[in-house]
Design a protein around this ligand. Structure first.
Ligand code: IMP
Ligand code: MG
Length: 180
């Protein structure tokens, strides 16, 4: 695939993989005596989750959820509707949410609230990226890959209008994003 000119490299695949190794060794340590349920938030986190999970030496369960939400593609708002596809029993379990990006913080706040209602023993957040400049609600990210500038990013699972998820590196879109 030819990379369009308005995609500029932000995080190289080698950097991503190095960071994942660091995160995995933290998780291998912190969850040593546990058997956490990793919940991958689709679609954006699929590639991150796949690479991270491969480096985990602990006993884990994996589940995938999808959120239906309203709002434009480039930004998100607090208007989140529903969680789809959760099959795991979370009562008494150690839950780790795997996200691609924490932007305004609404998605992760919603997820933490909903999943806490299942009475897990613990619940933590592991996100590949975070855009602190865009935060509207305060969020604790327990395991974070990269803080990124206020740019729209694509690649490594992240999309713009469903495209570019297959890129191995992370790029930013060098265009103005219109306000909602
Ligand atoms: P939040 O609720 O604003 O924190 O947004 C989280 C969701 O918005 C992410 O899971 C992504 O699906 C999407 N998102 C936010 N920023 C970006 C970006 O820069 N690139 C791709 N998707 C993004
Ligand atoms: Mg996402």
């Amino acid at each position: 695939m030819k990379i369009p000119e308005d995609l500029k490299i932000l995080i190289k695949k080698e950097q991503i993989q190095e960071k994942i190794t660091e995160l995995a060794s933290l998780l291998n340590k912190d969850y040593k005596e546990k058997a956490p349920v990793l919940i991958c938030v689709l679609k954006g986190a699929f590639m991150f989750a796949a690479d991270l999970i491969r480096q985990l030496k602990i006993t884990i369960e994996v589940d995938f959820i999808k959120l239906s939400s309203y709002g434009s593609n480039a930004t998100s708002n607090g208007d989140i509707k529903k969680i789809h596809g959760l099959n795991s029993e979370l009562e008494g379990k150690d839950v780790l949410i795997i996200e691609d990006i924490v932007d305004t913080g609404h998605t992760i706040t919603f997820l933490l609230k909903e999943l806490t209602e299942e009475n897990p023993n613990s619940i933590r957040v592991c996100s590949l990226t975070s855009k602190p400049a865009r935060r509207e609600v305060e969020v604790k990210i327990d395991y974070l890959g990269f803080k990124i500038p206020n740019r729209f990013i694509v690649g490594y699972g992240l999309d713009f209008n469903e495209k570019f998820r297959n890129l191995a590196d992370i790029y930013y879109l060098d265009i103005e994003i219109p306000e909602e």
